[in-house]
Design a protein around this ligand. Sequence first.
Ligand SMILES: NC(=O)C1=CN([C@@H]2O[C@H](COP(=O)(O)OP(=O)(O)OC[C@H]3O[C@@H](n4cnc5c(N)ncnc54)[C@H](OP(=O)(O)O)[C@@H]3O)[C@@H](O)[C@H]2O)C=CC1
Ligand SMILES: Nc1nc2c(ncn2[C@@H]2O[C@H](COP(=O)(O)O)[C@@H](O)[C@H]2O)c(=O)[nH]1
Length: 325
Amino acid sequence: MEIFDYDNILLLPRKCRVASRSECDTSVELGSRSFRIPVVPSNMKTVVDEKICTWLAHNGYFYAMHRFGLDNVRFVRDMQAKGCYASISLGVKRSDYDTVDALVAQGLAPEYVSIDIAHGHADSVRNMIEHLKARLPRAFVIAGNVATPEAVIDLENWGADATKVGVGPGKVCITQLKTGFGTGGWQLSALKWCARVATRPIIADGGIRSHGDIAKSIRFGASMVMIGSLFAGHEESPGQTVEVGGARFKEYYGSASDYNKGEYRHVEGKRILEPVKGRLADTLVEMEQDLQSSISYAGGRRLMDVRKVNYVILGGDNAGEHLLM
Ligand SMILES: NC(=O)C1=CN([C@@H]2O[C@H](COP(=O)(O)OP(=O)(O)OC[C@H]3O[C@@H](n4cnc5c(N)ncnc54)[C@H](OP(=O)(O)O)[C@@H]3O)[C@@H](O)[C@H]2O)C=CC1
Ligand SMILES: Nc1nc2c(ncn2[C@@H]2O[C@H](COP(=O)(O)O)[C@@H](O)[C@H]2O)c(=O)[nH]1
């Protein structure tokens, strides 16, 4: 089995088919909607809040609101009252079932629901998918997180409309250190193996460190990419602003950190500081432009043309050129 990650793969250009990168279409469909780029900021407290989600929805981007300390029923009502789609996250506890029932009781139906737990290959997720499909049949259900093809097959068979792949590659993740499990260091090849069996969209989650990693994720089978750290350091990011030596930073902490949980129990996340780097809207535009370039290097016009390119693995035992033949 080939093992590689974002930092030791490069994609190989094909003959250009556009006169300008502006001809390259970065949009992607997820569920019944189309979004400007295949990128969703992580559903974490220091990455998104209600204001950012509203802005993303109004401006053609996909979002998934976090599930921590949030009244999901009010959130769905407010978003839809503002003319936005509603995309929420749920866990698998009694209170999450109560949320679904409360939504139904109030005649509210979110367009997207992400089941967001650490070990998503679990009967608890199967049960929640079944509950969602019974109670909110029109919701597009994203289930995760998982790390293996077996898990993707199970989640799809249980009714997930999309799966989220990535256990442990996140920048504030310490799952691997604490448990010995995960896809950190080989997330891209884990994605490749999962994508081989997937029949529905995969969201690659965690480990993206530069914009080129988005195109690499698409190449290896992702339909969308979830990103935390690259989004946590904006002026509008919800994390607290901290000054160190005259420089400004935003705090970024894991959802399974004691900072998020409020207690030190089953901690699998840490807190770091991300340098403040400007406005979110500018980063999103830059991502779109960089992806347009990626598509042009791929000799294509549309996002999925990136899937057609060959690649090289740099260094290590698997080094070499990999041709699509
Ligand atoms: N993508 C990743 O690599 C990871 C992401 N996270 C994020 O942290 C947040 C908290 O996650 P999580 O702790 O799952 O959420 P919750 O605290 O809501 O736990 C969800 C449920 O799953 C159980 N559970 C959690 N981990 C395991 C496990 N390894 N084996 C069996 N049961 C388990 C919990 O019970 P109990 O606590 O009693 O075991 C609880 O019933 C989420 O946002 C998640 O996405 C966390 C770790 C890894
Ligand atoms: N193991 C943990 N993973 C976590 C935690 N909180 C969030 N996450 C995952 O990280 C990605 C973001 O990764 P990044 O590399 O883009 O920063 C996020 O979407 C979650 O899947 C955690 O506490 N522990």
